[in-house]
Ligand binder design. Structure first.
Ligand SMILES: [Cu+2]
Length: 118
């Protein structure tokens, strides 16, 4: 009976101490969430835009076709709003600050030819 009590005591001692170890290393990241206007036309655009956001510093990125807004949560210490807009432009999608290269836009599938700002 005594050994059982000791075993139980040891078991709880492990339970209390183990979880603490893993958390000492994780530093707090001050994520920023923003909505960025990104022009696009269809679900293929959505895939392309969201795929372009799979980089270090971006926690999540969801583009909405209806609102033409990219909801992005990122670590401002790693990536900036400007860089995010540039990434969208690089794959063919205009933002308020950065326009996609005409050649890149021209190469998009026909269904992706959203109406560009004049
Ligand atoms: Cu498209």
């Amino acid at each position: 009976m005594k050994t059982v009590k000791i075993l139980i005591a040891v078991f709880f001692a492990i339970l209390v101490t183990v979880p603490g170890n893993g958390q000492t290393n994780s530093k707090k990241i001050a994520y920023k969430s923003e909505e960025i206007k990104v022009l696009g036309a269809c679900s293929m655009c959505k895939d392309r835009i969201e795929k372009a956001m799979k980089v270090d510093g971006i926690k999540s990125a969801v583009w909405d076709q209806e609102t033409q807004l990219l909801k992005v949560t990122y670590d401002p210490a790693v990536i900036t709003n400007d860089e995010i807009q540039k990434r969208a432009a690089t794959v063919g999608h205009d933002t308020e600050k950065y326009k996609a290269d005409d050649k890149v836009y021209a190469k998009l599938p026909a269904c992706c030819h959203y109406e560009r700002w004049k």
